[in-house]
Design a protein around this ligand. Structure first.
Ligand code: NAD
Ligand code: ZN
Length: 354
């Protein structure tokens, strides 16, 4: 059976396209309705916030992403929006990096589906479409703008709300918005994209659809991280989109599985966690890891070392279990007999080196 997956139906791309947000929202506004803008608090009081086309009744919610999105945060935001007592919003607009993009997706879904967001961590558990939602990335690499998942850390697991309803109705790709990203963060999140491409292209699930997107994304990443281009921000924004499209029909692999463990147990963020894990995966992705190190060197990035050194046995076991539970990722990476190849002992050795 081939997967019949949905994609984002409306996309606008170009420098300054953020200025068209008002027109885009206009079509969705109802007489007494209101919009909710969920924006990364790094923009609190910044010029971008001033450009939000706020109309009467609209709300702006600042969110802090020092911790990656938790189910408790989603539930609190949904409660806050319901507390406005104005009925359902006409739309939710997420403005930020992968964290805010996932938060806005999940809030849209939980406004129309009962219970806690933790109940929907998994595959196709959402039954009712969410509120109309618009995603506007301010940091490139995760592919969250086009993916059908909203990754959340819950009380029991770090797992996405995966469904066709999770997809944005509209995305706005404006390369000007990434201007203020700190260099390290730019690199880590950019490498998330590069690693999506490597894991997708090297995986057993690869087909021509994924390959076409993955190869283009990889080419753009190489231009961004190994060459100098005036339009590097435009290139990385498209690389992120293409990388996300590539994994939509394939999967990520060992690096992402191991990074989920780092994130769940140590709270390591996605981009840097992927870099830390990838740096130990020569045995699985030799060429990709060698090129990644060249990119690190060129941009003078040094990764933290020894982050698992002080972990007790119970935490290490939990980290290994978290990683090895991601069955599709390992199947893509190592094939159907992956359990014989990636034993808990081997995963432990990899973690001990990080
Ligand atoms: P992020 O959204 O966590 O942001 C990282 C930092 O960059 C934050 O401090 C943020 O405030 C700052 N930032 C963002 N835009 C900025 C700007 N323009 N100027 C200055 N600072 C800015 O980082 P990320 O790497 O984009 O996202 C990681 C999150 O994405 C994780 O929660 C991860 O689970 C998720 N993710 C989701 C998917 C998906 O398909 N849904 C895929 C990969 C990762
Ligand atoms: Zn990723």
């Amino acid at each position: 059976m081939y997967r019949n997956f949905a994609i984002v139906p409306r996309i606008i791309f170009g420098r300054g396209c953020f200025n068209q947000l008002d027109d885009i929202l206009q079509e969705k506004r109802t007489a007494d309705g209101f919009m909710v803008f969920i924006i990364d608090d790094v923009f609190d009081g910044a010029a971008l916030e001033g450009r939000i086309p706020q109309r009467r009744g609209d709300r702006i919610i600042h969110v802090n992403v020092d911790d990656e999105p938790k189910t408790s945060l989603i539930d609190a935001l949904v409660g806050r929006i319901r507390g406005y007592g104005s009925g359902q919003p006409d739309g939710i607009v997420g403005i930020g990096g992968g964290s805010v993009l996932d938060i806005a997706k999940a809030v849209s879904l939980l406004l129309t589906n009962p219970g806690s967001s933790a109940e929907y961590q998994g595959w196709d558990l959402i039954e009712t479409p969410g509120i109309y939602k618009v995603g506007i990335p301010t940091l490139s690499g995760t592919g969250a703008e086009i993916s059908r998942t909203a990754i959340l850390t819950g009380p029991e697991k770090k797992l996405g709300i995966n469904s066709d309803y999770t997809l944005y109705d509209q995305i706005m790709l404006d390369p000007e918005l990434v201007a203020g990203v700190p260099k390290d963060q730019w690199f880590y999140t950019g490498m998330d994209c590069y690693i999506h491409d490597v894991e997708s292209l090297a995986g057993t699930f690869i087909n021509q659809f994924s390959k076409a997107y993955g190869e283009k994304s990889l080419e753009l990443c190489r231009q961004v991280f190994l060459e100098d281009h005036d339009d590097a921000a435009d290139k990385l924004m498209m690389a992120s989109y293409f990388g996300g499209m590539s994994i939509a029909y394939s999967q990520v692999g060992a690096c992402h599985a191991l990074s989920y463990g780092l994130s769940f147990v140590l709270g390591v963020h996605h981009g840097i966690g992927c870099c830390i894990a990838f740096d130990q995966l020569d045995e699985i992705y030799p060429e990709g890891v060698a090129e990644f190190r060249t990119m690190m060197e060129r941009h003078q990035i040094s990764l933290p070392r020894g982050i698992t050194a002080s972990l007790g046995d119970a935490d290490m076991d939990l980290m290994i279990e978290t990683a090895l539970n991601l069955v599709p990722l390992w199947e893509n990476c190592l094939g159907p007999d992956w359990r014989e190849l990636m034993t808990p002992e081997r995963a432990r050795k990899l973690y001990e080196r990080m």
